[in-house]
Each structure stands twice: as structure tokens, then as C-alpha cells.
Design a binder for this molecule. Structure first.
Ligand SMILES: [Zn+2]
Length: 252
């Protein structure tokens, strides 16, 4: 099983990925974790990445592609994997498709864990953290006994992190949608996308992924010529489609 997982921050993607990879016995390859480890280990890549992140820049596609390419060559990834955090851009998606084609591998499933934006704002917006000891709370699900005061260490330093402020969450969600939608269209065209609603019980998407995994084993590959057409915006798609039709007519 070779699969990708997409989902907005706060959708519970990590839980789904953890369960699926342990059931399938495949590695959970999180590019976020790989980058953090490289930074912590102070490798050459880690130093480059740290420099970029400190400057508020994104890690370039070429670096990400090389990183993932190397990881997928390792022994534990030969019978399958779940990629989390990659691809994040269309060029990364195309590079992955090339790599898979070159090595004769097939992408079985793209799991899209979906939660309504409002639910995410509520989930993440209610989070509070103790600045003194790191204990975490949620105003609705697990509030501290005394508002603003930590149950564990007693300090009155239970606050909302910058990352969990509603405006920040909305901005992160907008970035996610903007980044992911072209990729989803790219994979929709390959017929491998399955959407899982994760607004309710966490076992629902895991069960749905299990069923989708069984179905995907029977799937046949689709025609690659159409991938790029449907990943384009509608007016572009129409003009590409019509130029293809004209070309195929004139070649006859
Ligand atoms: Zn505390």
C-alpha cells in the first residue's frame, strides 16, 4: 500500500496515519518530522532548512523532492509507505509521479481527512497551554479547574498560544486550502482520492480508509494524459482540452 494523506491542521490526520500504518505495517513518512530531526541533528540539510525557516522562507521543492526520494529508497519503504506532508505543491506532486513511474510503483490511495473550517477553529481555538509546565487544556473538553490557573503546577499562566488564535487558525486554513486544492484535483483525475469526514468519531475515517485500501487493490491505472487537464483551472482546462481535440483531429 502506497498512500498519501492530506488534511487541514487540527483534522486529526496524525491519528488516522498512525493507525493505518500500524495496521498495514508500513512506515509513516512525515516530512515535517524528517525536517525537524535534520535540524535537531545539525546535518548539512538541517542547517540549510534552519536557515530558510529562520528567514521565514519555504523549503524549496528541489530539496523536498530529494529528501523524499532518498527516504523512499530505504529498505523499510520497499513494500509500501504513507507519505504525510508531501507533496505540498503541484511540482512536488509531479516529481513524485515521475519517481513512481521510474521505479514501477503505483500510488494506491490519497486519503483526504476533512473537517469543516468552523469545527477546526472551535477545536484549536479552545486550546490553552500552561507557560510554566507545558500542560495542555481545552476550554470545552478539558478546562482547568480554576480559569487561567494550571491544575498541574498551580501557576496562573494558562494562556492561548499565538498559533491557536482564531485569526491565525483561519490564515493557516486558507493557506492549506489554497495549497492543497490543485493537488487534490491532480489526484482526483487519477481516481485515487477518498474523502473522510473527521468531524465525528476518530475510528470512522480509519474504518473508511481500511475499506478504501481493499478497493484500491483492485483498481486499474488510468490514462495519464488527463492528469494535467483536470488539475488546471476551468477556462485553462477547456482550452487545453480543445487544443488536444484539434490536434488529434488534424493528425488523422
Ligand atoms: Zn502548569
Amino acid at each position: 500500500m502506497r498512500m498519501l494523506i492530506f488534511g487541514p491542521p487540527g483534522a486529526g490526520k496524525g491519528t488516522v496515519a498512525g493507525q493505518v500504518t500500524s495496521e498495514e505495517g508500513i512506515p509513516h513518512i512525515s516530512t515535517g518530522d524528517m525536517l525537524r530531526q535534520a535540524v535537531a541533528a545539525g546535518t548539512e540539510l538541517g542547517r540549510t532548512v534552519k536557515g530558510l525557516l529562520d528567514a521565514g522562507e519555504l523549503v524549496p521543492d528541489a530539496v523536498m523532492i530529494a529528501l523524499v526520494g532518498e527516504r523512499l529508497e530505504q529498505a523499510d519503504a520497499q513494500d509500501g509507505w504513507l507519505l504525510d506532508g508531501f507533496p505540498r505543491t503541484l511540482p512536488q506532486g509531479e516529481a513524485l509521479a515521475e519517481l513512481l513511474a521510474r521505479t514501477g510503483q503505483r500510488l494506491d490511495l490519497v486519503a483526504l481527512v476533512e473537517v469543516a473550517d468552523e469545527v477546526i477553529v472551535e477545536r484549536l481555538g479552545g486550546r490553552r497551554v500552561c507557560l510554566a509546565c507545558g500542560a495542555t487544556y481545552h476550554l470545552t473538553y478539558s478546562p482547568p479547574k480554576v480559569a487561567g490557573q494550571c491544575d498541574r503546577c498551580g501557576q496562573e499562566q494558562v494562556v492561548q498560544r499565538e498559533d491557536d488564535q482564531p485569526e491565525t487558525i483561519r490564515r493557516r486554513l486558507a493557506t492549506y486550502h489554497h495549497q492543497t486544492e490543485p493537488l487534490i484535483a491532480f489526484y482526483e483525475a487519477q481516481g485515487v482520492v477518498r474523502r473522510f469526514d473527521n468531524s465525528g468519531a476518530p475510528e470512522e475515517p480509519v474504518r473508511a480508509v481500511r475499506a478504501a485500501r481493499r478497493r484500491s487493490r483492485k483498481r486499474r491505472p488510468t490514462d495519464t494524459r488527463f492528469f494535467f487537464i483536470t488539475s488546471a483551472c476551468r477556462p485553462c482546462r477547456r482550452s487545453i482540452a480543445s487544443s488536444l481535440t484539434i490536434r488529434s483531429r488534424t493528425s488523422r
